[in-house]
Design a protein around this ligand. Structure first.
Ligand code: 13P
Ligand code: SF4
Length: 303
């Protein structure tokens, strides 16, 4: 049954000249069928390079929207329209506009986990892979940072010379990890290195040996001489970590660290997306042009 679905997807992909992009948290079988699997930054970069008519984005809404911002002439499909990001949803555009009025000297740097409307109000975007470098590179001494307060805190530690006015958002999945969970995992696996995502709470980050984006974690594990790792991010990443490091062992801090939005996309929904041309993600042109500038600035500010 699954093979039949895979065959159909591959045939339709060819017929429609489509490319499948998938985030590192996607289901194993979705990662397997993708043309490219990566973190938010890599997926944004990939979206600027693909030569195709259709991009099937296996991830959450803001990721497909970013691909649509970068590719107005391509059809961008999000197989599951309910795949959202609760952290991105914490930003109320009207409230953000009030912040912009209140702090006219501080432009907005938005984490890519935001809607196109928020990106359109931003000077530059950033991802977990480049947030401190972007904040350092923007030519302003104060910035408004939305929406992740934990990422903002991590940036502050790296760029203490700048004033960061932080939004109060967070990722419910990464917030599941508490300090005690890391202490417990370290006790159970004393030889393991702890790697966590910058969306984790500051007291969790404090206990980590390394902090990185999802693909940054894969690269770190590949390059490390250690054999065991405790992983503080959504458990979907474990698939790639194990696949690319068959000689190493990975322990999730918590097996329950699942982002439900990242898991709703299935092979069946990808097939339906290609068959029915759904769900087309399109950004109104006036918003897209402004959002494009912020995304593009992220891609060119540091490289
Ligand atoms: P990465 O860009 O590190 O893959 O993170 C995306 C995300 O949504 C983390 O929760
Ligand atoms: Fe959003 Fe967190 Fe899910 Fe990433 S893991 S998509 S930040 S809810």
């Amino acid at each position: 049954m699954v093979n039949r679905t895979v065959e159909e997807i591959l045939a339709l992909k060819k017929q429609r000249n489509a490319i499948i992009l998938a985030h590192n948290y996607q289901r194993e079988e979705v990662q397997e069928i993708a043309d490219f699997v990566g973190d938010s930054l890599e997926l944004s970069r990939q979206a600027t390079k693909v030569d195709c008519d259709v991009i099937v984005f296996c991830g959450v809404h803001f990721m497909a929207e970013t691909a649509a911002i970068l590719n107005p002439d391509k059809t961008v499909l999000l197989p599951e329209i309910d795949a959202g990001c609760p952290m991105a949803d914490t930003v109320d555009v009207e409230e953000l506009k009030r912040w912009i009025d209140r702090y006219p000297y501080a432009p907005v740097v938005s984490y890519v986990n935001t809607t196109a409307e928020v990106k359109a109000l931003s000077y530059a975007c950033c991802t977990s892979a480049n947030a401190p470098q972007i904040v350092k590179a923007v030519p302003f001494s104060s910035i408004i940072f939305v929406p992740d307060k934990n990422l903002a805190d991590w940036v502050k530690k790296h760029v203490p010379e700048k004033e960061i006015i932080a939004w109060n958002g967070f990722c419910p999945t990464h917030h599941m990890i508490k300090k005690e969970d890391i202490i417990r995992a370290k006790k159970a696996h004393p030889d393991a290195l702890v790697i966590v995502h910058p969306e984790c709470r500051p007291e969790v980050i404090e206990l980590a040996d390394h902090v990185a984006s999802t693909s940054g974690m894969v690269r770190f594990a590949l390059g490390a001489s250690q054999k065991e790792f405790i992983i503080g991010t959504e458990v979907g990443l474990l698939y790639r970590l194990k696949k690319e490091n068959p000689d190493k062992v990975f322990y999730p801090v918590k097996k329950t660290m699942i982002c439900p939005n990242m898991k709703i996309t299935t092979l069946e929904s990808i097939l339906t997306a290609l068959k029915e041309n759904q769900y087309v993600i399109k950004v109104p042109e006036d918003i897209r042009i402004k959002a494009y500038e912020a995304v593009q600035r992220m891609l060119t500010l540091i490289s």
